[in-house]
Design a protein around this ligand. Structure first.
Ligand code: HEM
Length: 253
């Protein structure tokens, strides 16, 4: 991905037409397979100043794919009257510094932190052990397993990175699933028992939290199943994934 920034200086009497033209041009960006997302902002302190940010799949795809493609003439026709008002138009490589701020609580905080996760995994693995479909997989489970999985989930949902620091991180978790040949029936049962345990221990049941929580569980169990098949060759080293609210953060007024 590469980010293009275009800074414009638009006189006040042309700003409305400029925004309307970009509204039409954006319909073409929305259809362009080379464009990941875009946003036009107007400066609150200096209203003549606008910045357009477009994330492209790559600079080459932008310059050759989009500019050489069938959508570009229509896009250019909309923005051409403003080309002379461009102050900067360049591609930027995103650096490693990025993240979300504290305005939105992490899923970890929302669910009640490590204490809530340990309550969840204790109850969950009690039912897992007693279950006829998944129980056999866990017959020789380490007694610390519920606590380790709580530690993993804490890190995934925005809590402390203790699984990475104390337990070997992603590589260790992956190693625990390799060659276990998890079946789809076992994966489904694992998901169902976890959802039941979440209700039993009283995890928040608001739609936003449960959608995000179960979204991760669906994703993670499908990976666990695929990685557990004999002959699977998953990536061996990766960071612990971080999971957020997705498209539906908590409604805060
Ligand atoms: C989101 C989905 C999943 C997550 C986050 C997860 C997480 C983990 C973690 C962190 C470990 C290693 C714990 C340690 O450090 O010792 C582990 C081990 C294991 N997982 Fe999973 N897992 C998932 C899905 C599944 C599924 C679907 C199954 C089978 C139905 C499964 C079966 C196992 C087994 C058998 C072990 C080894 C337990 C032991 O003997 O101690 N996992 N899992």
């Amino acid at each position: 991905m590469i980010v293009e920034y275009i800074r414009y200086r638009i006189p006040d009497d042309r700003s409305a037409a400029f925004e309307e033209a970009y509204g039409r041009a954006a319909l073409l960006l929305a259809r362009a397979p080379q464009c990941a997302d875009y946003e036009l902002s107007r400066c609150a302190d200096d209203p003549a100043s606008y910045i357009l940010r477009i994330t492209w799949t790559s600079a080459k795809e932008h310059l050759e794919g989009f500019r050489g493609g069938e959508l570009f003439p229509g896009f250019l026709a909309e923005v051409r009257p403003y080309v002379g008002m461009i102050e900067e138009m360049r591609h930027y490589e995103p650096a490693a510094v990025r993240g979300t701020g504290g305005a939105v609580p992490t899923l970890y905080d929302w669910m009640g932190g490590t204490e809530a996760l340990e309550r969840l995994t204790e109850r969950f693995y009690e039912t897992v052990r007693a279950d006829d479909v998944v129980g056999p997989l866990f017959a020789h489970m380490d007694p610390g397993h519920p606590r380790y999985v709580a530690m993993w989930l804490a890190e995934v949902f925005g809590g402390p990175a203790r699984y990475t620091g104390e337990r070997g991180g992603y590589a260790h978790m992956l190693g625990m699933h390799l060659n276990r040949a998890i079946t789809e029936a076992q994966r489904r049962r694992w998901v169902t028992l976890l959802a039941d345990a979440a209700d039993e221990v009283g995890l928040p049941d608001d739609p936003e939290f449960r959608a995000a929580f179960m979204g991760y569980i669906e994703w993670g169990t499908r990976l666990a199943l695929a990685n557990s098949q004999p002959g699977a060759a998953p990536v061996r080293q990766a960071p612990v994934p971080r999971w957020g609210w997705g498209v539906a953060p908590p409604y805060q007024g």
